[in-house]
Design a protein around this ligand. Sequence first.
Ligand SMILES: [Fe+2]
Ligand SMILES: [Fe+2]
Length: 530
Amino acid sequence: MYGSQRCSLSKETTSRRSFLKLASAAALAGMQPGAMAVDPQRRQNGDGDEGGRRTLELIEVKPALFRPTAHGATIQWITNREVDMKVFVGARRRQLAQVYRERTKGPAAFEIDGFEPGESYFVQTSYRDARTRHWTDSRIHQVRTAPPPGTPFQVALLADSHFERVRRFHQDVVNFRATRTAAIRSLVDFAIFLGDEALVHYIDDDAAAMTPHMARVRWRDWRRTCVDLLESTPSFMVLGNHEGEAGYYRDFRGDDNDRDAVPLLRWGTAARKQYFLNPNHETYPEGGENAGWVDAGPRSDREEIMRANSSPLENYYAWTWGDALFVVLDVNRYTRLGQSTPTDVNQWTLGSDQLRWFERTLAGSSAKWKIVIAHHVLGGYKYDLQGYDYDLSYVYGRGGARYAYVGEQAEVTRLMKKYGAQFFLYGHDHVFAHQQTEGIHYICCGRTTFIQDEWWRTPGWIEAYGSAAARHPNDFYGALGYVRLTVSPASVRVEYLRTAKDRNGAENVDTPVGGVAYCFELTEDGRIVT
Ligand SMILES: [Fe+2]
Ligand SMILES: [Fe+2]
């Protein structure tokens, strides 16, 4: 069982085989006797087909899994032309039944339903150009529904690929793929991206060159790149500053305040909602954003873009899985709406609606473990983004537990303490770090693509995380990888799994690729086992 394993810093601790032993093989509820089995002669396209020109002409983005529930998940795809799409599901790999067949063009989705909580099931899609006869099959993927309390499960957290920026560096793209592959092999129940993924906004973007189309292309290309993970593992997205969906980017002017503003927040929201199906307020009993957001950005756009930038925004939400409540927060949208970037740590805010929902959600949950996730803290240090100087033009939200009581993060910490939440997980700082304050574990979830080791020597960085030279457990770990949580009734184990090498050799750890760079286990009575 997951919960009985001790931390090991040299090898992966959970094998695919041990996970499979845990998976139940219950039958698909509601399946008709004699349901159509998958034809073994159909072509298997696997991942390799994604790069094929013919596929890209036909399918804009391949089917991907989102919104996992206790009974299934939602599978979504977008086609460029008329495509016949089939979905097959079943409780056994070799006994799938067709549950969907439609001719679709543009975005389409199908909700897989009918399984019991904690069941494993298998999913395969098959498509053809409506003008042809030959079907092309995806691989068969194993998925699991939300288990009841008492059932162990695993989760992968991947942070800050900055894909649009790193796609020009071959090694960074290879690293990103290696991390996704490792997460897929872990057979986690779901994956959470910590934000700064598609990069609708980046520091050197020229506001005059930004368009709604550019935002869509960045999300589309990110999703195509991540198809291996997204088609096999239901995924969630935490919104980062570089998603462009920040209040301070509602009237985006880039670095030049003389330019006409462009509605980057709106374009980023519309593009993200097209290519990534986060939960909305109705997906889970815990709800999420549905607060009547009004688009007051500059200019007007086509109706579908204006409509997309309205509630439900799918930017904050929560769900329960086994013994854990997961709460995803959006720290950007309500901060400095229509103004410049934050100039004071006290300006970061969840906004009143989100803050009230956050307290309601924590208060209403009886889950043993409560895990809060955001792109970064609501406050952080007072330095510039690299930690060299005090910078009053953009305080950057960096740091962890050291800033638990700075700005509105103090209210988040207070509510977490009041309602017994144990973890605050975040990205943004591009390292792995573990700090704690008063029983709350602040964990920065590393990075998937490359390392910025110059940051480690700056005053801000040393204030936030201590000295790299000290190398004690409260320091940070510059290594590429992902965080894996193993949640059981008795404990939560946190591992940082190294998956790749930085192109400049900038790591500050010597754990081999494939090894566990850092691990600890928090027990239900509050003890830490390393
Ligand atoms: Fe980032
Ligand atoms: Fe960030």
